[in-house]
Design a protein around this ligand. Structure first.
Ligand code: ZN
Length: 173
């Protein structure tokens, strides 16, 4: 049985804040991303049904708009896809529901990042890592999620962590 629920968007930052107060912000974000991944695998089933049952054979020109429409129709926010490097894709959302007021110190849409990881891994038939590289909750203009192989995203993470900007990292890959 397919069953969906609708929650106020405020539930997402409330979940993050409550969980963060219990276990600390970093562990909370990790837990939310892991939970999001599980949800994303189910989201992939829903999306596959919209696309006729098989996402693997769907052309990029159809897949990315369908993904964006799927999320925006459900109030989650739109997702603009780009591929600034052959090994790294970006999904950028100017209106991600998980981003609340800009008061976080780090990208905080971890449940969304997890969902995208679950959807993209299922669509690719293998693990796709997702790293949020910009977030409205941390004062950026949009919430941007980078994705690629686990090794590539780990390299991206290490470079961003020491302060390298995204464009420079992408040029050096
Ligand atoms: Zn965000």
């Amino acid at each position: 049985m397919q069953r969906d629920v609708t929650l106020p968007a405020e539930a997402l930052p409330a979940l993050r804040a409550t969980l963060g107060a219990e276990v600390g912000p970093v562990v909370a974000l990790q837990a939310l991303q892991a939970a999001g991944y599980r949800a994303g695998e189910i989201v992939h089933e829903r999306l596959a049904a919209v696309l006729g049952g098989d996402t693997a054979s769907v052309a990029d020109a159809r897949f990315w708009p369908a993904l964006s429409e799927f999320f925006s129709e459900r109030g989650w926010g739109s997702l603009d896809h780009s591929r600034p490097h052959p090994a790294v894709g970006l999904l950028s959302s100017p209106d991600c529901a998980e981003a609340d007021v800009a008061e976080e110190r780090r990208p905080s849409c971890s449940f969304t990042a997890g969902i995208l990881g679950g959807v993209l891994s299922r669509a690719a038939g293998g693990p796709i890592a997702v790293l949020q590289v910009a977030c409205r909750a941390a004062g950026d203009d949009a919430c941007t999620f980078a994705f690629g192989s686990e090794a590539t995203i780990q390299t991206l993470y290490e470079a961003l962590r020491v302060g390298t900007d995204l464009d420079s990292v992408l040029r050096s890959l």
